[in-house]
Design a protein around this ligand. Structure first.
Ligand code: ADP
Length: 589
């Protein structure tokens, strides 16, 4: 029918707007990389590139107890983590939703008082003996209030943009993920929390400030084997962000006067990219009318534009707006909008009881009405008659009588939104992989005169289509190395071990090449490990695959490079990683 045809055409047109092509991936990755470099050189760049002051990755042998709190976009978590020193840990955690009225407020105190109260509740429940002993001591000897002995160390994971100036000092640059408390901007958030903790007389000291992505990277490093040290911790939950390992010499903006005391002997530091704000001023990302509407109606128009196309906080809203637009183009919409109980959408006839209809009370008509988990449900449905989608739309969204054809169309619309999100996420991951020089066979770069020849051809080196060339090169390299193996080995071993174990990788490569009789492209392979956390990447069925597809689309990575990248979930890495930051911070100081 004409009406159905217009629905299909409309839906296809909308889905097409979310297309993010191979060319788009390549172009955007290039710009992302440029922005990363700019962020390392000066403050105020689109990608903030915030130094974390964490210069040591755990190796799995760390032991101890540390408290950690984590302010996500949705939840506040308190946990105590006991690291066993054998890559395992036990932890106790409580999670509470941050009340929406505290997320947008005129005063900061209320929010931080809420956090302190949650810490108190946690201590009362899980460390009551310690707390009671502390209060008993306060009663008998109140003058010892300056005492910190026997206090719990607490690592504060705060996942909004911070100008970090020390391991436990950081000034809020701006809020993200729907928070808006202008009074807190420019304040040291460790002090804001410590002040509220003090008011409750809790035996807790905020000793480390970190970010959930730094925590994810730390947690992944603690849990993985030493051969596969991660290069990136990334979060795709309410918001999105990533932390990676950067050479100190590249962090030009680092104020070494303050830093060198803490950084003695370090050569690398974890950088919290704050990549959610990539494109804040550039405006080069693909933009649909739905992106614009979402942005204009958000609490921070013009900001966090990358995050607004990728993360859990926003994808449900994009789907809602896109679905509404199809409803609006339906020729029947006006007429049925005025019916008493139901709004017709794109069905055959209003009087037909099998016509798809949207209830007036449907969350389709409320801003932020749809949760991003709906995109997962819709993408996951592989039943022949798309029963799950139709059921979910009827029960949770108030869209009734969805036929199979309509369900297919809505499914592909939902997939187009999450696919674009995952491919954009791939851009960020690709940029970090390239920036970390993971795709460059560094062993080649160490081989004296011949290296320039190899360096010149590096992009081709990793390109899947040129695999034969690689094999030929590898053979020549093998012949070359046979003559210089001892020299190469000593170069690799003389280098002090950096935070990311490139040198051990180099050793491994040189060992493998020198000991192996037959040499193929696998000789220069090494795993590039990435830790991820967040409900979106964990629970959306296609997110990780689409992200990897974007990695393959990038010339410098290609199919060969992508096959060397492992992406592993570091579940609740924020809390465990924060405890690691807290424990290592003590050693670092
Ligand atoms: P936080 O970011 O606060 O640490 P999460 O990682 O759990 O918490 O992310 C919460 C976000 O994930 C919310 O925006 C929510 O809409 C989204 N989400 C929850 N469940 C799913 C799911 N099954 N699929 C995709 N997104 C989900």
């Amino acid at each position: 029918s004409a009406r159905n045809a217009s629905f299909i055409q409309g839906a296809n047109r909308v889905a097409q707007q979310f297309e993010f092509t191979k060319e788009d991936v390549r172009r955007t990755t290039k710009i992302f990389l440029e922005q990363m470099v700019e962020g390392l050189e000066q403050d105020g760049a689109n990608i903030s590139q915030i130094p974390s002051y964490v210069t040591t990755l755990p190796n799995g042998t760390e032991k101890g107890l540390c408290l950690a709190v984590d302010v996500g976009g949705t939840n506040f978590r308190v946990c105590s983590v006991q690291l066993h020193g054998d890559r395992t840990f036990s932890h106790t955690q409580t999670k509470v939703v941050i009340p929406p009225e505290l997320r947008v407020s005129d005063t900061a105190e209320e929010l931080f008082a809420f956090f302190a109260k949650q810490i108190e509740l946690f201590l009362r429940t899980h460390h009551s003996d310690h707390l009671q002993a502390h209060f008993a001591l306060l009663e008998t000897a109140p003058s010892t209030s300056g005492r910190t002995q026997g206090f719990h160390r607490l690592a504060f994971t705060f996942s909004h943009a911070i100008d970090q100036q020390g391991i436990n000092k950081g000034f809020l640059i701006r809020w993200s993920k729907g928070f808006s408390i202008p009074a807190a901007v420019g304040k040291d958030i460790c002090s804001l929390l410590q002040d509220q903790i003090k008011l409750l007389n809790l035996p807790v000291l905020v000793t480390a400030l970190t970010n959930d992505t730094v925590g994810t990277l730390m947690a992944r490093a603690y849990m993985s084997s030493t051969e596969t040290r991660p290069i990136l911790g990334a979060v795709f939950g309410t918001g999105t962000n990533g932390a990676y390992i950067e050479k100190l010499e590249n962090i030009r903006k680092l104020k070494l006067v303050d830093a060198d005391v803490q950084l003695q002997g370090s050569r690398e530091m974890i950088i919290n990219t704050e990549w959610g704000s990539f494109d804040n001023q550039l405006k080069i990302l693909p933009s649909t009318t739905f992106d614009c509407t979402l942005d204009i109606n958000s609490v921070n128009p013009g900001y966090e534009l990358f995050e607004k196309r990728i993360s859990g906080m926003y994808l449900g809203e994009l789907l809602r707006l896109a679905m509404l637009s199809i409803i609006e183009i339906s020729p029947d919409t006006d007429r049925v909008n005025h019916t008493s109980t139901e709004k017709d959408t794109f069905g055959e006839s209003h009087s037909d009881s099998n016509t798809m209809s949207v209830e007036e009370t449907s969350p389709m008509y409320t801003q932020w009405g749809l949760d991003t988990s709906l995109l997962s449900t819709m993408a996951a449905d592989e039943t022949p008659d798309l029963k799950l989608i139709r059921q979910e739309l009827a029960v949770s969204v108030g869209i009734k009588n969805v036929n199979i054809k309509d369900a297919q169309i809505l499914q592909s619309l939902a997939r187009s939104i999450s696919t674009r999100a995952a491919r954009l996420a791939g851009v960020a991951v690709a940029a970090v992989v390239i920036k970390s020089e993971c795709m460059a066979p560094q062993v080649v770069a160490q081989c004296g005169e011949d290296s320039s020849r190899f360096k010149f051809n590096l992009p081709a080196f990793v390109h899947g289509k040129l695999i034969l060339v690689i094999k030929r090169w590898a053979k020549k390299l093998q012949q070359y190395l046979r003559g210089t193996k001892s020299e190469l080995k000593s170069t690799a071993l003389d280098t002090p071990p950096p935070l990311v174990s490139n040198s051990s990788i180099k050793c491994q490569i040189s060992d493998r090449i020198s000991s192996s009789g037959t040499n193929t492209e696998s000789d220069v392979e090494r795993t590039v490990d990435i830790g991820v956390d967040g409900s979106l990447v964990e629970l959306h069925p296609g997110f990780k695959d689409e992200l990897c597809g974007a990695l393959r689309d990038v010339e410098e990575i290609g199919e060969v490079g992508e096959s060397r990248i492992t992406i592993g979930i570091a579940k609740d890495g924020g809390g465990i990683g924060a405890a690691l930051v807290g424990l290592l911070a003590e050693q670092q100081q």
